[in-house]
Write a protein that binds this ligand. Structure first.
Ligand SMILES: [Cu+2]
Length: 290
């Protein structure tokens, strides 16, 4: 009797936790620490799915696994590489229904180990739990691939895997926190600000976008993936993936506002993606969260 009561209590607590972050589609995923998912130099790209990040969260992420596989034997820099992502339950049975979130059933992020390379693409759904995407890696070395999905009824979650691209890796760039969060990309001057920058609580991010030459506010942003923009945040080690959502979806600039929760203090890289004149531009930042 007592056991039943405890389990009901636990369920209630979990439901509450879900409700809180569930209202924001992918608000934040990922356990905060202890994911030992270090790249193994010998592992050929993604053949080993045992090292995949199992990120605990308020979703049913623990009941879902992803197998990342290359169609060929190995990944080479600057060559078309097809990756298959199979989504299964914990018994290996395909999960075949996915919610469309921000116009896609899967958002797929690729970053280099030093986070200097970022790519955000959308695999095609082949049915029966399998997605595929063809892309190119820019260099040799370690890359993290992250699949962001919402299996129907199971909540938003992300699954990731380190992949090795063959050849001699270029030198790693250092990831230094920036004090000035103003960047110029593709003729736009974009300034990131926070209402309060601290770990463990929800905060607001604002991207203010000007024309870099005229300093005039940009007011003609176009919807990108159904919203004013798309923001991805990763911890410095790429182990934690935060997916952030706009607070005002239909904005057109000069401000683009988002909400996120940094799970712990540390260094994070943030990519804001926006669209103007039919072209997407990506603005990166590195911040230290106290
Ligand atoms: Cu996407």
């Amino acid at each position: 009797m007592k056991k039943v009561a405890i389990s009901i209590l636990l369920t209630a607590a979990l439901l509450t936790a879900c409700g809180k972050s569930g209202s924001m589609d992918h608000s934040m995923h990922g356990g905060t620490s202890g994911t030992t998912n270090a790249p193994s130099p010998s592992a050929s790209a993604g053949m080993d799915h045992s090292g995949m990040a199992q990120q605990a969260s308020s979703t049913q992420a623990g009941n879902v696994q992803a197998q990342f596989k290359l169609s060929g034997d190995m990944a080479m820099p600057n060559q078309d590489t097809t990756i298959s992502i199979k989504i299964q339950d914990k018994d290996g049975k395909p999960i075949d229904k996915f919610d469309t979130v921000h116009e896609k059933q899967m958002h797929f992020i690729i970053v280099s180990k030093d986070l200097s390379f970022f790519n955000h693409i959308h695999p095609d759904y082949k049915g029966n739990g399998e997605f595929t995407v063809t892309t190119q890696f820019p260099t040799a070395g370690e890359f993290k691939v992250i699949a962001d999905i919402t299996p129907t009824g199971m909540g938003a979650m992300s699954k990731s895997q380190w992949m090795t691209v063959q050849g001699a890796s270029p030198a790693q760039k250092s990831i230094e926190p920036e004090t000035t969060l103003t960047k110029v990309v593709d003729g736009k001057e974009v300034t990131l600000s926070f209402d309060h920058l601290m770990a463990g609580m929800e905060l607001n991010l604002n991207f203010n976008i000007k024309d870099a030459a005229s300093k005039q506010p940009v007011t003609d942003l176009q919807p990108y993936l159904g919203a004013v923009g798309h923001v991805v945040i990763l911890t410095q080690d790429a182990e934690n993936y935060l997916h952030v959502h706009p607070t005002v979806e239909k904005a057109t600039g000069p401000d683009a506002k988002f909400m996120a929760t940094f799970p712990h203090s540390g260094v994070y890289k943030i990519w804001g993606q926006f669209q103007q004149n039919g072209k997407v531009f990506t603005v990166p930042y590195v911040v230290k969260v106290p």
